[in-house]
Write a protein that binds this ligand. Structure first.
Ligand SMILES: *[C@@H]1O[C@H](CO)[C@@H](O)[C@H](O)[C@H]1NC(C)=O
Ligand SMILES: *[C@@H]1O[C@H](CO)[C@@H](O)[C@H](O)[C@H]1NC(C)=O
Ligand SMILES: *[C@@H]1O[C@H](CO)[C@@H](O)[C@H](O)[C@H]1NC(C)=O
Ligand SMILES: *[C@@H]1O[C@H](CO)[C@@H](O)[C@H](O)[C@H]1NC(C)=O
Ligand SMILES: *[C@@H]1O[C@H](CO)[C@@H](O)[C@H](O)[C@H]1NC(C)=O
Length: 303
């Protein structure tokens, strides 16, 4: 399991609402969504984790190049990049003019602090060890870490979301393939490979496996409920496709056959939210009701 393969921050996405925006991609390789700051040294190996400093350096490089005068900006990213938007959204907004419209979008970054199918907290222990290894705790949202008994949990979006003041859009599949394969059914929880077929083809899942996946969807929806109800400036698009990352490819973002909820594409839902045209909080019906899904398994690498 690792968060290292993805990321991107995109200060603007595709057509048509965003067609003439400047777009900047921040390449990612620090392994902790630009939050680490530590030196690991066990006598034989020294590792430098500098994600937080890399984030700051990139933003300071971009400010004089035009970012500092932006009138509209959208910080977005997918997977570990989506997670990075939660951790850096308010900081990003603080760098921009106070009268600029600054918003943030997470695509497939809402990693749940969920239990796996053997009832183990596999992802929680992974995150705790990551936070320790990379010295992340000091860079997490202080209003969150000062409130939680286990401050390292503030690495999970579900605990720190309420402390973010910048308007937010959460795009995620309720059956996010990365979460399915690494949080709900990590290899350690399925040593006999009973889930192997279901993991690559939802049609091959047993009724019990589908029921477990429906439970995961309900857990995600319950976790997002306060945000959905109380966030006046927030947006949601939680569809029921087997996918991981849906905003960075034209296929899933804005095409005639792109995934839709209530006949709205992701691009339309995000545009309605960004430009405050209408309330944009879309939640899909459960699998397999949605016929617009592309069901991208395995999810594309390198995003
Ligand atoms: C130090 O850490 C590295 C990287 O995890 C590992 O390969 C190596 O075996 C460790 N050395 C000791 C002495 O524990
Ligand atoms: C924001 O303020 C700057 C400087 O006061 C001004 O030039 C700019 O037009 C303003 N932008 C918007 C979107 O109001
Ligand atoms: C914490 O909350 C206070 C009051 O709401 C706010 O002024 C401050 O900016 C917040 N700090 C962080 C790190 O978000
Ligand atoms: C739960 O996780 C622990 C630690 O990772 C592991 O030792 C144990 O075997 C796991 N239990 C099951 C039932 O997978
Ligand atoms: C769905 O939206 C498209 C335009 O994006 C429109 O042509 C079509 O009529 C709509 N379908 C329904 C059932 O509303």
């Amino acid at each position: 399991m690792n968060f290292s393969s993805f990321l991107l921050i995109v200060l603007l996405i595709g057509v048509p609402d965003f067609y003439n925006w400047n777009r900047v991609k921040l390449r990612y390789c620090d392994g902790a969504s630009f939050t680490g700051d530590a030196i690991f040294d066990n006598g034989t190996t020294t590792l430098h984790f500098k994600g937080q400093k890399i984030w700051e350096a990139i933003i300071h490089d971009l400010l004089p190049k035009g970012l500092g005068k932006a009138r509209k900006a959208l910080l977005s990213g997918c997977s570990a990049g989506g997670l990075a938007t939660f951790h850096h959204c308010d900081n990003f907004a603080r760098h921009l003019p106070t009268n600029a419209s600054v918003k943030c979008l997470s695509d497939a970054g809402f990693f749940l602090d969920g239990r796996d199918v053997s009832f183990n907290h596999t992802i929680r222990y992974f995150v705790k060890s990551l936070v320790t290894l990379q010295g992340i705790e000091k860079n997490l949202n202080r209003n969150c870490t000062s409130t939680l008994f286990f401050p390292d949990l503030c690495f999970f979006p579900q605990y720190m979301l309420r402390y973010i003041s910048t308007p937010y859009f959460i795009l995620n599949s309720a059956y996010d393939v990365f979460q399915f394969h690494h949080i709900l059914v990590p290899p350690s929880a399925d040593t006999h490979g009973l889930w192997n077929k279901c993991k690559v083809d939802p049609a091959a899942c047993t009724p019990l496996q589908i029921a477990i996946l429906q439970g995961y969807r309900l857990e995600m929806l319950a976790t997002l409920r306060p945000f959905g109800i109380y966030s006046g400036r927030g947006g949601l698009f939680i569809n029921s496709c087997f996918a991981h990352c849906q905003s960075e490819s034209q296929d899933t973002w804005f095409q005639d056959d792109s995934p839709r909820i209530n006949n709205k594409t992701i691009a339309e839902a995000v545009g309605d939210w960004y430009f405050s045209r209408k309330i944009s909080k879309e939640i899909d019906c459960p699998y397999p009701c949605d016929t617009t899904c592309h069901n991208l398994i395995p999810y594309p690498r390198g995003q």
